[in-house]
Design a protein around this ligand. Structure first.
Ligand code: NAP
Length: 340
């Protein structure tokens, strides 16, 4: 583990949209770390990040070489989801702290292999990129829960202005709902026991591979019932809603701040359209937390176990999409004590 007070040397695997954005924040926004290594299957993309953001970084031919290099203290895995598991497993084998963008692995079996490897290693090294836990609004909402009595219901919505034509119905779970799956169980400190999916009539921007919108109904071990509307071609903006109904009151996720205008006989304010703008501060806070825990050796943030639970829940939700409204049980294995 790196000495406290020294700059953490980070290597990034995958320098696409989120990898290059994380490189920018590590070198230009955050403190305590520096990008010293980069790799991407598309080498010109790593070279662009080096030339524009990380001039000290060496470019490696592969993720494997980068992980085993003595020139890095910690690993950021921001390549495509299907490649995450192998890089995270190699980081654990090398004893290096690893920040892995969601998903932790492409399958729940893969996520289990990561949990098993980390448990066998005996120390938490992995932080999964569920950045909403670091969002100021969600943190305020979690603090508010204790004032509204025991939660009984959550009403939530995840609406995207639009998605590419290649986006399909199961992606609404694995790419979109996955953030609610993690943040809602974190808010409630509770686990899911069942899932159902209900489809209203498909809206006009749906197609043969995408039924949109849909409503996912989750029930927790404590009997809280959650409805999450997913509407990925809602047209009007990027809109994240969450309302927790307790026995004594209701708490709502704050809206992003926006100037209210009164003009031409109307009262109006804008709604964000790009998801990157909605959680830009949370990405900063989550990566600063990773730098802190990788430097100090004190683990924090969403764990490999959280990534595994999210994967099991997502698989159940996809089965529920295919089950004509029938309930699908969610059975979690016992949690290893490493994650208590
Ligand atoms: P992207 O723009 O496609 O970037 C991924 C990069 O990884 C591409 O340059 C790709 O090269 C490269 N790559 C693919 N396989 C690789 C391998 N085996 N080794 C090294 N590099 C490899 O995708 P993105 O939008 O940045 O997303 C990356 C990951 O972050 C995804 O898992 C995504 O779900 C996650 N993500 C999370 C959030 C969040 O809110 N937390 C937001 C965005 C993305 P090629 O293009 O040549 O394949």
């Amino acid at each position: 583990m790196k000495e406290i007070g020294k700059v953490l040397r980070i290597g990034i695997i995958g320098t696409g949209a989120i990898g290059s954005d994380h490189a920018r924040r590590i070198n230009h926004v955050l403190t305590g770390a520096r990008i010293t290594a980069l790799t991407d299957v598309h080498q010109p993309s790593a070279e662009t990040v080096r030339d524009t953001i990380a001039p000290d970084a060496r470019i490696f031919n592969s993720g494997e070489e980068l992980i085993s290099s003595a020139e890095i203290d910690a690993v950021l895995v921001t390549s495509l989801g299907a490649t995450h598991e192998a890089y995270v497993l190699q980081s654990i084998a090398a004893g290096k702290p690893c920040f892995c963008e969601k998903p932790l692995a492409h399958t729940s079996e893969g996520a289990k292999r990561v949990v098993d490897a980390e448990t066998a290693y005996g120390k938490r090294l992995v932080q999964v990129g569920f950045m909403r836990r670091f969002d100021r609004g969600y943190i305020a909402l979690k603090n508010a829960v204790r004032h509204i009595g025991s939660p009984v219901m959550i009403h939530a919505a995840h609406r995207n202005q639009s998605v590419p034509g290649t986006y399909t119905t199961p992606m609404a779970i694995h790419e979109t709902l996955i953030h609610e799956i993690d943040v809602l169980r974190w808010l409630l400190e509770d686990d899911y026991v069942s899932a159902r999916v209900v489809f209203p009539r498909s809206a006009a921007r749906s197609h043969s591979q995408l039924k949109d919108p849909q409503i996912v109904l989750l029930e927790t071990a404590n009997g809280v019932v959650i409805d999450v509307e997913i509407f990925v071609n809602c047209h009007y903006g990027y809109d994240i809603q969450c309302e927790i109904v307790g026995e004594d009151g209701v708490a709502r996720l704050p809206e992003p701040s926006a100037v209210e205008m009164r003009v031409n006989g109307t009262r109006q304010n804008s709604i964000l359209t790009d998801w990157k703008d909605r959680f830009v501060d949370s990405y900063d806070v989550e990566l600063q937390a990773f730098i802190r825990s990788a430097s100090s050796g004190v683990p924090g943030g969403p764990s490999a176990w959280d990534g595994y639970v999210a994967a099991i829940t997502a698989d159940a939700c996809v089965r529920a999409q295919e089950s004509n409204g029938a309930e699908v049980r969610i059975d979690l294995p016992p949690r290893p004590s490493l994650y208590d």
